[in-house]
Each structure stands twice: as structure tokens, then as C-alpha cells.
Design a protein. Structure first.
Length: 298
């Protein structure tokens, strides 16, 4: 960001409010939207945007957890994922540090910053996959229990989580899922909810309300681990975090209330629309990055 103007500060606070609302309503941390917005609209460097957003997400995630007050039985699934989540977070943040130090790369005669190319390109791939899963899940009318391949891949040892249905799931499969989600959080600032909701509904067969509640708990855990890791690398600006928290925590409170009173069908459609919007935003930035580069620079 070029300078700390009143307008820029207001835009950061407004972005926090909107993302906090989505975090509470859909059970996602909002990083997948907020990191591109901070970088594209306000010019904040990607590593700083990723670190600051992961720290900010702790606020709305905490509010959403306190609002929904998940049953003790639902906490078993996040605890199984916990070890893998933290391993993935550490690995992802280390990769981000290496990418930040990579400088520039020449593609077809155009000099392009490596951090933007790698991170935004990764965002585009991840969001395209999630968008496909979300749209498919929103269009299908079959019960979720018939679309639960994870519940049929019972690699030993197996955990029985009675608070969810299907109740039997492979612990190794869940652990590796945690590693993948944690890596995306450390590398891209995606707190996990955006990826976990399609996984829970499409692959594990959970009901959407169960998925959202469990996802919010996992978002809180991942954000906590990512904040500590990014702080150690100096990727957090507390001024950005404080401005985001001004609106983010309030937005999460209202979003959680709205989410509990909206039908599952509408939540699925809204979630899919949010992912598609995020994908278009990132693709637009990648196109802009390509055409703004002088092809004569060598």
C-alpha cells in the first residue's frame, strides 16, 4: 500500500466487515477473498497480506465459535485433524518465505514477479477446484450420505464420531486432509473453511450445518497456528489487522445469526457464488499482471 490515507483505512475496515459476515454465515475464514482484495485493490505485498489476514481471521472465527457453541461431540473431528493442520501450516509458511525471496521470472519475454505469479496462480487453481465441487453440490438433490467416498475408504485405524453421520472415518485420511488444509493456510492465507466445506459435504457426506459448525472450529485452530508462524517470519502488520478487526468481528456475529436461519439449499448456492466471484477476481489480476508487463524488458 502506497500510503496510509483515511480512504485506504476505511476500505480495509469495510473489507473486514464483509469478509467477517461471510465467515460467520458460510463457515469460511475469508482469506481466499481478503488476500486478493488487499493485494489487488490496495497494493499490499502478498506475504504481508497473507500473514495479516491469518491473524485477523482469529477475531471473526472466535466470534463465530462462541455464537454457534458447537457440541462437545463435534469437536472430535477437528481434534483428529489438528496434528496434520499444524504440520501443513509450518510447511506452507516456509514455502511462502522461499517464494518471497525468488524475485522475478521471464516468461515469453515478459518479466513477472514470482510471488504474485505463484501465489495468485495457486489461488486460481484451488478456487477452480472448489468452485466445481461447490456448484456440483448445490445442483445435486441426492442425500449427502450417498455421496460419501471418504466414509467408504476405511483405512485403519478408524474413528467413530457419533456426533456426525456417517460416523466412521479413516484417521490417516483425515490427518492427510489436515496437512493439505494447513499447507493452504500457511501458503495462501486460506484458513481452511473454503476447502473443508466441500470436503465435508461431498466427500464425507456430512450435512451442511454440521460441516459449517465443524469448519468454524477448524478455521479457529488453523488461524491460531498460522498467526504464530507468520509472526515469526515478520509477515504481520498489526495496523492492517486492527482495521480489519474493526468490522470483521461484528460482521461475523451477524453472519453467524443469518447462517443459522437460511436453508441449506440457499447456503449452498450462496457459497458457490462466493467462490466463483473470488476466482474471477484472481483471474482478472493475473491477466492484468501479464498485460501490464513490458515485453521488451529483459
Amino acid at each position: 500500500m502506497a500510503e496510509w490515507t483515511v480512504l485506504n483505512m476505511g476500505l480495509i475496515a469495510a473489507a473486514g466487515t464483509l469478509i467477517g459476515f461471510m465467515a460467520g454465515m458460510f463457515g469460511v475464514g475469508g482469506g481466499v477473498l481478503l488476500v486478493p482484495v488487499l493485494h489487488i485493490a490496495l497494493g499490499i505485498p502478498i506475504p504481508l497480506a497473507v500473514g495479516s489476514v491469518t491473524c485477523f481471521i482469529l477475531g471473526p472465527a472466535t466470534t463465530a465459535v462462541l455464537t454457534r457453541r458447537p457440541d462437545t461431540g463435534l469437536l472430535q473431528l477437528p481434534l483428529i485433524l489438528l496434528g496434520g493442520l499444524f504440520c501443513g501450516v509450518i510447511t506452507g509458511s516456509e514455502v511462502l518465505v522461499r517464494v518471497r525471496q525468488a524475485g522475478q521470472v521471464t516468461l515469453l519475454g515478459r518479466v513477472i514477479p514470482v510471488p504474485e505469479l505463484v501465489v495468485l496462480g495457486s489461488y486460481a487453481v484451488v478456487m477452480a477446484i472448489i468452485a466445481g465441487l461447490a456448484i456440483r453440490d448445490a445442483m445435486l438433490q441426492r442425500p449427502a450420505s450417498r455421496r460419501a467416498p471418504f466414509s467408504r475408504m476405511l483405512l485403519s485405524p478408524v474413528a467413530e464420531i457419533r456426533a456426525i453421520s456417517p460416523s466412521r472415518h479413516s484417521i490417516p485420511l483425515l490427518a492427510w486432509t489436515g496437512v493439505a488444509v494447513g499447507f493452504l493456510s500457511g501458503f495462501l492465507g486460506i484458513s481452511g473453511g473454503l476447502l473443508l466445506i466441500p470436503v465435508f459435504t461431498s466427500l464425507m457426506g456430512l450435512r451442511l450445518r454440521e460441516s459449517v459448525t465443524v469448519s468454524i472450529v477448524i478455521v479457529w485452530l488453523v488461524s491460531l497456528g498460522s498467526t504464530v508462524t507468520h509472526a515469526a517470519h515478520g509477515n504481520i502488520d498489526l495496523r492492517i489487522v486492527m482495521l480489519l478487526l474493526v468490522g470483521g468481528t461484528v460482521g461475523a456475529r451477524f453472519g453467524a445469526d443469518v447462517g443459522m436461519h437460511i436453508s441449506s439449499r440457499r447456503l449452498k448456492v450462496g457459497f458457490a457464488g462466493m467462490v466463483v466471484l473470488s476466482l474471477l477476481l484472481v483471474l482478472g489480476r493475473l491477466i492484468q499482471l501479464w498485460y501490464r508487463t513490458d515485453p521488451n524488458v529483459t
